[in-house]
Design a protein around this ligand. Sequence first.
Ligand code: GLC
Ligand code: CA
Length: 516
Amino acid sequence: MAAKQPLWLDNAIFYEIYPQSFKDTNADGIGDFQGIIDKLDYIRELGCNALWINPCFKSPFGDAGYDVADYYTVAPRYGTNEDLKRLFAEAHRRDMHVLLDLVPGHTSVEHPWFKESMKAERNEYTDRYVWTDSVWEEPQGMGCLRGISPRDGSCAINFFSSQPALNYGFLNPTLPWQQPMDAPGPRATLEELKNIMRFWLSMGCDGFRVDMAGSLVKHDPEGLGTIRLWQEVRAFLDAEFPMAAMVSEWGEPDKSLQGGFHMDFLLHFGPSHYNDLFRCEEPFFSERGKGDVSAFVEKYLENYEKSQRKGLICIPSGNHDMDRLARSIHGDNLKLAFAFLLSMPGAPFIYYGDEIGMRYVENHVSVEGGYNRTGSRSPMQWDSTVNAGFSAAPKQKLYIRQDESADRPTAAAQMADENSLYHEIKRLIAIRQAHKALQSKGEIEFVYAQKDAYPLAYVRTSGDEKILVVINPSAREVAFNCAHAPKETLYRFGSEIIFAAGKLTVPPQTAAYFSL
Ligand code: GLC
Ligand code: CA
């Protein structure tokens, strides 16, 4: 580990901004950098001290910007590079940090590199993407683009058909067109990636959330090549930008942390059981009390141990890829869910609007490759003015149709109501920030997480400080034998939790943090 490190991650609380939908300041119906700058105080007041901004680079927006056409220039609809630089400075002035979204695995088909790569004549970009030697040969295990260029070959894709895969090589090439990681093509791609990072870090960004970070080297099921690749990136960062923070969309912390990432996300896909908590037929966070937290805890502990108990696994409230939290859980359950999210190890990530319980907007036609994700990407609801204060554009020009229900939540209304979700989250953040044990690096030990049972209880520890967290979303009173005698109550939602004769009795729909 380098001596210099982004220590701010230890108490970072992130706010994820989908820039299209946050705040529009020039009435074109799409959010922009100035809108983000205008709302920094709002985010800071909530208690968040860091941002993750979804891709904001030039793009044909076939996948909302995850299809980059120029890594060095922002999309004009958000502003200019200078505006983004100003955003970094304004954030820093408020003691906040900013992560940009880096999409290293693929570009848009519109990227000039890809246009060059499609040419039959050899050129600088011939090996920038993963191509087979013949249009009749498909890359095994990957989708592909073929028959669209004079170049004879099929080009691997990473996600949508408009996202050709950049070439970082194959771990163990077995066919002539599969290049090893150290071949000139893959090396040049990696050097370009470093240049992109250099460019934005020099401009003042504090690091990156890395898209599909685990998928760069091909035919690499154990991630060995990809880990090696990121280790090289980390070595470059340690030499030139030691303070750069790296968070991965990988979902396998044992691998990503080895690759030099500071944190990895717990993802809604894969084996994390994250969905058991919030997004399934019987979520744990429901008064029905039919959920099961045990499989999640088992997986979490497995990852926690594998990541050397560093605890740097981030559990997001949601993101631009999954259903809004408020689609499957409601009312006080949202508050109880945040009592959990804001007391777990790793940095919490709040998806914009989740702090006011914004809903999933049903029945959308896909916008910019969103498909079912579109309903989670609707414009922020600020207040009771036109378009909920998001934009002065005519309603039909808004990037995505908003929640039009009369009782849609707004930031203004929730800020005026002490009992709102917004205020509960603000209180929870303040408590987390006042106690090291509750922050990213505090240890965790589960004390009650039984199959098909409630409550959930765990102890967080940092040095001498120990805090017991107890959460019972179910509508029934539950009890368990607890070796830890609560001292002071640091936080309480709902009725009082009673400790007597070694037993904790937990009323329905309650949460509490106790010092031990
Ligand atoms: C990630 C992004 C998602 C995008 C995909 C392809 O999963 O979060 O929005 O569509 O990668 O880049
Ligand atoms: Ca705008």
